[in-house]
Design a protein around this ligand. Structure first.
Ligand code: GDP
Length: 629
């Protein structure tokens, strides 16, 4: 069965009406407070991005109900606009559905979705899955020898005559160890690794953490360690510079244990390899161990499907046009394939390997340089191969449309509030945290205090805790892991602040540990966010309808009780049925704009989205009020 069919049949699963709606009989007069009653909905599949209309149909609700709920969550979006998963999930939860992140139903349009879909397909064709080479990234503190190690690994193999060509820098390269290929990403460091993850791409399968034996564990070593852990990527430690007289391998091993990287020799699971990137000593040992870890990870792919991959690097060549380095992650890429990378597309004219040799195809985990794209993609863009040009073109157009429709900034639900709303839900909840403190001595107390808040069904997971101001790398990690950034007596750096704003990352800064613990505890117990209650402010009766030029109609009203407030919410009722709902767009007393009009007075009202008033209609003014649970 194709994934399309599967999703199409599933999408009806959540068809039931629920959510904050008032009954048709409800003609209550005067200000009333109504509890929002929400019968539980079932699980509903939500892709990484979804049009509001599609979300409404999946929830079995009207578009208006969904738009309204989005507004209550601070997101203005029309029916045709696209919202991200987090936003859609929030609305789904508001209506008591359990959102389940799923690949898009029709055409995959981002790497995440593409991979999920590939995985699903692969599950059905288990027979076609074959082992694929590991993709390795090198992380570690500055000057500990990452670049030297990458060069040394490549050179060893060239010296052994296996490459046979002049090495090209195409962003990644492959070496052979015991007849098996290993792919290395050429840009070392956790910033590059996590940036790719933040864009939805799987960066690497294995992280080699380089620690210089003469220097030991340093702040960026810990950062790198935490980034790899947050990604769930196995770590191999390369204890480098053992050729130096001041190298102290044992000290590094002890330090690793202190940071919960317990080496095999101490009864742990982590492989540590002493080596020298300068002399080449121990490098083969490292490569062998990479193969071992890859074996355990059971990395597999289906080489017989159209290629999926990620752009590692891209530049414009004066003679050859856009040149893109692609890491094939699943399937096989062929010369002649039409590919889409980000919003660039084109038919592949030529492929080159990391030795600059022309190749006809690239199987899973192989990096290649591709010619033929019409425009320049960006590093981190997902790559999808298509059977024909038409399909690819449509796919790009859809992507472009989506980008245009997407609001410039989709407000992410504040993590703590989101968590609070999930309280009592059946599934295990998790709060990933990144903690930065002013002094070293505060790290452990803060970390322990928040970790102690974990309960059997909610887990506080500290991804990274360190001293120092909140930096861009913290924000990247927060994006990639949907984590909350907590500062204890520290502020974000300027770059981090703007990055957080652009990416919708939530930063909370505290100076009293009690406040920090209190707020997180409240969120875990579901007491942080006040529940919404609808408060009816008043009613007005339509007594005349005026036409206002081409712009539409105005309802001439008499306020029967309470008040009508400009920009407040209102619904238009006819015969007890709600026929329109929206903000009060204009409110006039005679010719003048009024802020509010109270009982016994006449006024002209227009409600956004309503254009069909009739004498006898009732306009009900209401607002959503947040009240503590
Ligand atoms: P990176 O910042 O982690 O990429 O570090 P580099 O690869 O640039 O290395 C920093 C410095 O350490 C350079 O001067 C290297 O030559 C030196 N270096 C790297 N590996 C070794 C090694 O195994 N032994 C010695 N003695 N020096 C090394």
């Amino acid at each position: 069965m194709s994934p399309q069919r599967r999703y199409a049949s599933r999408s009806g699963g959540g068809k039931r009406r629920s959510g904050p709606r008032r009954s048709a009989e409800d003609t209550s007069q005067g200000p009333v407070v109504q509890e929002v009653a929400r019968p539980p909905g079932g699980p509903v599949h939500v892709p990484d991005t979804i049009a509001v209309s599609e979300l409404a149909s999946r929830l079995g609700l009207s578009g208006i109900e969904v738009i309204k709920q989005l507004m209550r969550n601070g997101v203005m979006a029309s029916l045709t606009q696209v919202v991200d998963f987090d936003t859609a999930a929030l609305v789904a939860r508001d209506f008591n559905f359990q959102p389940v992140r799923k690949a898009v139903a029709e055409k995959p349009h981002d790497l995440h979705a593409v991979h999920e879909q590939a995985q699903l397909e692969s599950m059905e064709e288990t027979a076609t899955l074959v082992p694929r080479p590991p993709v390795v990234t090198i992380l570690g503190h500055v000057d500990h020898g990452k670049t030297t190690l990458l060069d040394a690994i490549r050179k060893t193999k060239v010296a052994e005559g296996e490459a046979g060509g002049i090495t090209q820098h195409i962003g990644a390269y492959q070496v052979m160890e015991r007849g098996r290929p290993i792919t290395f990403l050429d840009t070392p460091g956790h910033a590059a690794f996590t940036a790719m993850r933040a864009r939805g791409a799987r960066g690497a399968d294995i992280a080699v953490l380089v620690v210089a034996a003469d220097d030991g564990i340093m702040p960026q070593t810990i950062e790198a360690m935490d980034h790899a852990r947050a990604a769930g990527v196995p770590i191999i430690v390369a204890i480098n510079k053992v050729d130096k007289p001041e190298a102290d391998v044992n000290r590094v091993k002890t330090q690793l244990t202190e940071h919960s990287l317990v080496l095999e020799e101490f009864g742990g699971q982590v492989i540590g390899v002493p080596l020298s990137a300068k002399t080449g000593q121990g490098i083969s040992d490292l490569l062998d161990n990479i193969l071992v870890v890859a074996e355990v990870a059971e990395l597999k792919a289906n080489p017989n499907r159209p290629a999926l991959g990620v752009i590692v690097e891209a530049h414009v060549d004066r003679h050859r046009g856009p040149v893109a380095s692609i890491l094939v992650q699943n399937g096989t890429l062929h010369v002649g394939d039409t590919i889409v990378a980000g919003e660039a597309w084109g038919r592949i004219k030529a492929l080159y390997d990391d030795a600059g040799r022309r190749v006809r195809e690239a199987p899973p985990s192989m990096p290649v340089e591709a010619l033929g794209l019409s425009t320049l993609p960006q590093a981190g863009d997902s790559v999808v191969a298509f059977a024909d040009d038409k399909e690819a073109r449509e796919f790009v157009q859809k992507r472009q449309r989506e980008r245009e429709l997407r609001p410039a900034y989709v407000a992410r639900a504040p993590i703590l509030e989101e968590l609070a709303q999930q309280a009592g839900a059946a599934q295990m909840r998790e709060l990933p945290l990144i903690i930065k403190t002013d002094v070293q001595g505060s790290i452990e107390p803060v970390k322990n205090a928040v970790e102690r808040l974990s309960t059997p069904d909610t887990r506080v997971r500290v991804l990274h805790a360190a001293a120092g101001s909140i930096n861009e790398s913290d924000i990247l990690l927060a994006v990639a892991s949907h984590a909350l950034v907590v500062g204890f007596n520290v502020q974000p750096q300027q770059g981090a602040r703007s990055m957080a704003a652009a990416e919708g990352v939530e930063i909370r800064v505290y100076s009293i540990i009690y406040n920090l613990v209190d707020e997180i505890e409240a969120a875990l117990k579901g007491m942080l966010t006040p529940a919404s209650k609808e408060v009816v402010d008043g009613h007005a009766e339509v007594r005349a309808v005026f036409t206002l030029g081409k712009r539409g109609k105005v309802a001439g009203c008499y306020v029967t009780d309470g008040k009508i407030v400009r920009n407040g919410q209102a619904r238009l009722k006819r015969g007890g049925k709600v026929i329109a709902e929206g903000p009060v767009e204009s409110l006039k007393r005679f010719k003048d704009d009024a802020r509010e009009v109270t009982t016994g007075l006449e006024c002209g009202i227009t409600i956004a989205g309503a254009n069909d008033y009739a004498v006898g209609d009732i306009i009900e003014a209401f607002r959503m009020q947040q009240v503590p649970r």
